[in-house]
Each structure stands twice: as structure tokens, then as C-alpha cells.
Design a protein around this ligand. Structure first.
Ligand code: PLP
Length: 429
């Protein structure tokens, strides 16, 4: 059956509840949802065949572009064998190969164990639950508190969101959250009782959902040192920053710091399929070993753990990194990106531009330097208007996110930034 746009729109509005979306506005008669029907490289195509630059890499997931022949082939070859089989009690080749590839890829030599789950939130849940159980089983049950940073975002499931610090997302659930030790900067740790602290979580280098906020250099090293001194585990949430987004394979490589947990999701499969990997050390892993009846097992897992299609896509993506020398190439693109972003500074409505690698946040404000009233939804209006100029992206309040797939060329970078500029002119003037 070939669905018409009218019918798809009707069924969507009648039956779907979209994430992070006020559905009253979505279902309003005057709102025509944009249906994406195909993709090619950094481009997305709508029902009418109009193309848009995928300006936020399909919510920060896509790495090498859409419809990539090598990743397609990897997924199709696996699909022709089997789509899914259980990881509870069985194994599969793509999952084993991916685990080896990831362990060889990540910085330092300590992250040797890979636990698979489904997405960024579950990847963080795994890190939290492993930490709690680990300290119980090594005889330090008092270590059960977690420290996380102001404005952090680590996902939406209850454990992951307990670590979150974004009021509008997290406050409604605060009664159900486990208490978080809030940090604004590393030096805050000096006021904290390390005896009862189990772990510190951070989005290294740059906080995503906070509005693309960058950390001061040297911070990860300082964190690592403090955690070592207090027997506290360090969790790096590289769900957004992983897989080349910052210009290096992983953000923590910019400071040469290795965590006790490295959480990977979004870009892990090149943005093809939902899959997460929580990497940890042999030390943590060994805390779970024992006889069957000691009940030291990590009693945790999701039905689709180690999904062979997802793992095949991830292997395909890693192959693209190698064969297309993506990280060498991306350095040049980052230079263009940075240079062109600079042009936006001349616009009176641009308050700040924050950029790391291929991630940028363009903060809007009034020409007198004050912020817009958040209820004016300027960020959303700018993104809506940028669509007319061939760019799709989504703001974080009044911060316009620009994070195209790593496969973009100079021309596409310029087009994307030009579209933001025009969008700002139209929506803010
Ligand atoms: C998106 C994101 C998450 C949550 O990932 P999901 O796949 O959406 O559950 C966690 N941490 C960071 C830093 C993210 O950007």
C-alpha cells in the first residue's frame, strides 16, 4: 500500500505522540508535519522531493551520511542471515567482532569489557547500576551516590535522568529520582565526601542538551585525578561526542584521559540503528565474578542486547572511518566550519557561538545583548525559516544547533551556515 501524504498526516495526528513535542501545536490544523522519505549523504528528501541538509545529523546520530553503500551492504548482508537472536545465553559474530574493534579503538588500555544495550539512556543506566552493584560486591556499600554537573543531560529513563540537571526536563520527576550530588565545576568536588561517592558522570568537552556548552580545557584530567584519589569511578557519557564528532574519535582523546565507563550510542551505528555500548574496566568486571549461588551476576539486560543488525551497522561505520580516512578529512572540514561560523558573528542577533569539531551552538539574543523571551520561541522560528533555505535542524530553546554529518564538503557547510544566517534575518528582524 502506498500511503498518501494526506492520509499519513491524518493517521500521524490521530495516533502518534511525538517525543519532546507539544502535541496541541503538532496536531493543529495549520501544522503540516514534514515527512522524510529518503536520504543520500548529508541530504534528506521530503515527499515532494525537496532536499534539505541534515543540519543536526538526525538528532545527533548520523556520521557518514544517509544511504551509505558500505553500511547498507553490511546491514543487508546481516539481514539476509538473521535480524535478531537473543544475547541472553547465546552470542553472535557481529557483536563479538564489534566488541573487539571497540576495545582496540578506545583510548587507554583499561576499557576491555563491552556491555550492549539499546540507546544512550540505557547505556547510562548500565553504568549507574554496574557502579552500585560493584561497590556492594567489593565491600564498600556506602559508596552509592552519584555526582553530575549542572545542566547535564544523560538520557530520559529514570536512572539516567536522575543524573540530569536540566530543569524543564528533569524537575517534574524529582520525587522519583535518586539524589544527585550537583557540581558546577571540578573544584566543587573538594567540598564533597568522597567516602560515600560512587561515581562522577560528565559529558566530556561539551554538554549537548544544555545548549552546546563547552568545558574549560584540562577539566577531564583534574576529574580523573580527584576520582583516583577518592576511589570514585568516572563515567564519560560520549553518546553525543563519540565517533568523530569533535574531530577526534572520542572527546576524551583531546585530553588523553580514560574513564572507568565510556558510554557510546547515537553515532555508534553511524546513525543507522539503535544500539549502545557501555565499556568498562577489567577491575569493575572482576567485581562481578563468583560462583553461581553467590548472586554476583549483573542481573540486567534488554531483549535486543547485542542486536546483530545494529552491530553489523556499527562495523560498517568503523570500516568507513578507516577506508575513507574520515578523521583525516574531517580536520579540513572543521576548519571551514569554524571559519564560516565566524561570519554569523556579524549578525546583531547572534549572542554567542560555541563550537567543538563539527558541533556548533549558535545562541540568539536581542541586538542589545539581552536574551529573547523564551516564550517567543525564536530558536524554533529560526529553524522553521531555515527550512525554506534548505536546512533542517532543531534548536535547544534559543540555541540553534548545527551539527551536520562528517561527510559534508565545503559547499554543504557553506550552504548550511548561509541557511542559518537567512533564517535568523527572517525570524529575528
Ligand atoms: C542523546 C543523549 C543521551 C540519551 O541518548 P538516547 O539514545 O536519546 O537515549 C545521553 N547522553 C547524551 C550526552 C546525549 O546527547
Amino acid at each position: 500500500m502506498k500511503l498518501s501524504l494526506d492520509l499519513a498526516t491524518e493517521w500521524d495526528k490521530q495516533h502518534i505522540w511525538h517525543p519532546f513535542t507539544q502535541m496541541r501545536g503538532w496536531t493543529a490544523a495549520e501544522h503540516q508535519p514534514l515527512f522524510i522519505v529518503s536520504g543520500e549523504g548529508p541530504w534528506l528528501f521530503d515527499v515532494a522531493g525537496k532536499r534539505y541538509l541534515d543540519g543536526n545529523s538526525s538528532i545527533w546520530t548520523n556520521i557518514h551520511g544517509h544511504n551509505h553503500p558500505r553500511i547498507n551492504r553490511a546491514v543487508l548482508e546481516q539481514l539476509n542471515r538473521i535480524a535478531h537472536s537473543s544475547f541472553l545465553g547465546f552470542s553472535n559474530f557481529p557483536a563479538a567482532e564489534l566488541a573487539k574493534r571497540l576495545v582496540d579503538l578506545v583510548p587507554g588500555s583499561k576499557l576491555t569489557r563491552v556491555f550492549y544495550s539499546d540507546d544512550g539512556s540505557t547505556g547510562m543506566e548500565v553504568a549507574v547500576k554496574m557502579t552500585v552493584q560493584y561497590f556492594q560486591q567489593i565491600g564498600l556499600p556506602q559508596k552509592n551516590r552519584f555526582a553530575a554537573f549542572a545542566d547535564a543531560y544523560h538520557g530520559d529513563t529514570l536512572g539516567a535522568s536522575s543524573l540530569g540537571g536540566i530543569q524543564s526536563f528533569h524537575d517534574k520527576f524529582s520525587a522519583l529520582h535518586f539524589p544527585r550530588v550537583p557540581l558546577s565545576e571540578v573544584s566543587d568536588l573538594n567540598r564533597i565526601d568522597g567516602e560515600t561517592l560512587a561515581a562522577v558522570a560528565i559529558e566530556p568537552l561539551i554538554q549537548g542538551a544544555a545548549g552546546m556548552r563547552t568545558w574549560p580545557p584540562g577539566m577531564l584530567k583534574a576529574l580523573r585525578q580527584w576520582c583516583n584519589d577518592h576511589q570514585v569511578l568516572l563515567i564519560f557519557d560520549e553518546v553525543m561526542t563519540g565517533f568523530g564528532r569533535t574531530g577526534r574519535m572520542f572527546a576524551c582523546q583531546h585530553e588523553g584521559v580514560s574513564p572507568d565507563f565510556l558510554v557510546l550510542a547515537k553515532g555508534l551505528t553511524g546513525g543507522y540503528l539503535p544500539l549502545a555500548a557501555t565499556l568498562t574496566t577489567e577491575t569493575v568486571y572482576e567485581g562481578f565474578l563468583g560462583e553461581f549461588d553467590e548472586l554476583r551476576t549483573f542481573f540486567y539486560g534488554h531483549s535486543y542486547a547485542g542486536n546483530p543488525l545494529g552491530c553489523a551497522a556499527a562495523l560498517g561505520s568503523l570500516e568507513v572511518f578507516e577506508q575513507e580516512a574520515v578523521l583525516d578529512r574531517v580536520g579540513n572540514v572543521v576548519e571551514v566550519f569554524q571559519r564560516e561560523l565566524g561570519n554569523l558573528r556579524t549578525l546583531p542577533w547572534v549572542r554567542d557561538i560555541r563550537q567543538v569539531g563539527m558541533i556548533a551552538g549558535i545562541e540568539l539574543g536581542k541586538p542589545d545583548g539581552r536574551p529573547f523571551d523564551w516564550r517567543d520561541r525564536k530558536g524554533a522560528k529560526v529553524c522553521q525559516s531555515a527550512r525554506e533555505f534548505g536546512l533542517l535542524t532543531r534548536p535547544i530553546q534559543d540555541v540553534v544547533v548545527l551539527m551536520p554529518p562528517l561527510c559534508v564538503g565545503e559547499e554543504e557547510v557553506c550552504l548550511g551556515i548561509e541557511a542559518v544566517a537567512k533564517g535568523i534575518e527572517v525570524a529575528c528582524r
